[in-house]
Write a protein that binds this ligand. Structure first.
Ligand SMILES: [Zn+2]
Length: 385
């Protein structure tokens, strides 16, 4: 970053009319606490090193890429430009989960070809790198149109795209293989075998997603027993559509080390205590929960409530192009709506490395890079160490 950024920030600080964003220990309010206006704080958050643990490749395909690929594969999208396409594939306030599921229909063809899969995986990592992400875990459900591309073919193409972008942009990314809760056990087991066979090529974990109401995680106990025996890590979407019982089941029956969302955890203090005891990380996705009507607003979003109970929390976009989000925007939303300071956001970003599914040695290497980037930011913006 150039010195002009620091100069601009200094000028903004002086001119700051309503400085409301905080840098400093949230537990103290003394001389070390400084306040920033929104633009200055945005610059800091844009440039700070970030991590993302919960992002679906299916929801992260860029609208302009969909348009281009539709031409390549001769697909009629019913949209002449990006704006028209966005109206079809992006969530609008007031829509529900059923509407959400339909958003993917126009561009399912993207997942039928190794070339387009490689491209969208590459662009996903590229987009994260451009907003300061140093480590990311991307997930995909590899069961697409098996008559045209196998589960293995999907995974291999995605891994190739991710690896190329990771090399080009100097960031670390790993793949989580996601199962849909509606799958029969036999098909889920095939996915788990394909995932385990790619453990040394970037697949780090298995996930369970989909209809939490009608398909409890316990149905897949055998699959997660197998995944664990193969050295894969486990994260499970729970506590989003169903309450804390679903979280308990994910932890106790299916060996989940992290919980996708977990936003409803607070409904049962005993489960909350258990999550804290295990230090199971919550992969929280604030705007996703808001847009799917799991929470009524972001002001009362329970992220810091859980953090204060000793639970590691992280922030992710979930499906960035369906919800029209960026990770920077999510960090800022939590600062603006819930009063998180820069230090809170730093801890949350670091949680993403410490709760990652990397081996300990690799975590240390990524954390060292994160610290280098954070130190450079402090120096550029003339912040105290
Ligand atoms: Zn998700």
């Amino acid at each position: 970053m150039k010195t002009c950024a620091a100069l601009f920030l200094a000028l903004t600080l002086l001119a700051s009319a309503e400085p409301s964003f905080r840098i400093g220990d949230p537990a103290r309010s003394d001389a070390s606490t400084r306040y920033f206006d929104k633009d200055a704080f945005r610059q800091l958050v844009e440039h700070m090193p970030k991590t993302e643990l919960h992002t679906h490749l299916e929801g992260a395909v860029r609208p302009d890429t969909i348009l281009e690929l539709a031409q390549v594969y001769n697909i009629e999208l019913g949209a002449a430009n990006v704006e028209e396409l966005k109206k079809k594939i992006q969530m609008r306030p007031g829509e529900n989960l059923l509407d959400f599921l339909k958003k993917f229909d126009p561009f399912r063809f993207v997942f039928d070809h190794p070339e387009s899969l490689r491209r969208v995986a590459y662009e996903m990592v590229e987009e994260e790198a451009r907003e300061g992400v140093v480590y990311s875990e991307i997930r995909i459900n590899p069961v697409k149109r098996e008559d045209v591309l196998s589960i293995e073919g999907v995974l291999d193409a995605v891994l190739e795209g991710m690896q190329q972008a990771s090399e080009d942009y100097g960031i670390e990314s790993r793949l989580i293989v996601s199962l849909n809760r509606s799958y029969p056990l036999e098909s889920a087991m095939r996915v788990a075998r394909a995932a385990a066979a790619r453990k040394d090529r970037g697949v780090v974990a298995m996930d369970l997603a989909g209809d939490e109401v009608h398909h409890p995680a316990s149905k897949f106990k055998e699959v997660f027993d197998y995944a664990q025996s193969q050295g894969l890590h486990i994260t499970i979407h729970a506590g989003e559509a169903v309450g804390p019982d679903s979280i308990r089941q994910a932890l106790e029956v299916c060996h989940a080390e992290r919980i996708g969302h977990g936003v409803r955890l607070g409904e049962d203090p005993a489960v909350l205590e258990e999550v804290a005891r295990r230090r199971a990380t919550l992969e929280m996705c604030p705007s996703s929960n808001l847009l799917i009507n799991v929470v009524k607003d972001l002001k009362s979003y329970p992220l810091m409530t859980y953090a204060h109970q000793g639970i590691p929390v992280t922030i992710s976009t979930d499906d960035r192009h369906i919800f029209d989000l960026t990770l920077t925007g999510e960090y800022l939303a939590m600062a603006e709506q819930c009063g998180l300071s820069l230090q809170d956001l730093e801890k949350i970003s670091l949680n993403g490395i410490r709760s990652s599914f990397l081996p300990e040695r690799e975590k240390a290497r990524v954390e060292a890079r994160w610290r280098e980037r954070m130190d450079a930011l402090r120096s550029d913006f003339a912040l105290e160490p």
